[in-house]
Design a protein around this ligand. Sequence first.
Ligand code: SAM
Length: 165
Amino acid sequence: MTRDLPEGWLSAADVKELSRLAKGRTVLELGAYKGRSTVVLSEHAKYVISVDRHRGVNYPEDTFPDYMTAVRELANVAIVVSDFQSFVPYVTGVDLVFIDGDHDYDSVLRDINLAISISAQMVALHDWDFAEVREAAETVFRRDPSSIGGSVASFTNMGNELPRR
Ligand SMILES: C[S@@+](CC[C@H](N)C(=O)[O-])C[C@H]1O[C@@H](n2cnc3c(N)ncnc32)[C@H](O)[C@@H]1O
C-alpha cells in the first residue's frame, strides 16, 4: 500500500484497485475528504481534478486544512472546492470519474449521470457494498460492472450510455 496515506475510507484492496484503474489516466475525483484517494490517484494518474465542497450535510467537519496538507505539493492535482454538480459542466477531457461523494441513491444517480454528460470513458464507484450505490448504477448501466476490486466497481466503454432518471 502507498505509505503515509491520509485518514479516510479506502482499504488496502481499494487502494490497489484504484491504482490500477488510474494508471496513466486523467481522473475527475468526487469526494476527497482528507485526501486519501487523491494521493493514491495522484501517484498513478496522469492528472487529477479533485473536487470536494469540504464541508457538507453528511460531513460537517471542515476537511480542507488536512486535505491541503496532504495534497498541496502534488504537481498533478488540481484542487477544486465546489459542489460536484456545479463544477462538472466546465470539465472536458477526462478518462475516468471516481465517485465517492454522498452514497444515497439520488446522489449517486445524479453523479453517474454527470460523468456520462462529459463523455468520460470509465466510471469507478467506491462503496459497491452499499445497496443504494449498486441500485443507482443498475438504473444507468443495466449490466454488471466491468471489474470489481475491494469495494471499487468500475464501468468501462461508456460511449453509448444515456443519462437515466
Ligand atoms: C466518503 S468521503 C470521501 C472519502 C475519500 N475518497 C477518501 O478516500 O477518504 C465523501 C466526501 O465527498 C464530499 N461530497 C459529497 N457530496 C459532494 C458533492 N455533491 N460535491 C462536492 N463534494 C461532495 C464530502 O464533502 C466528503 O468529503
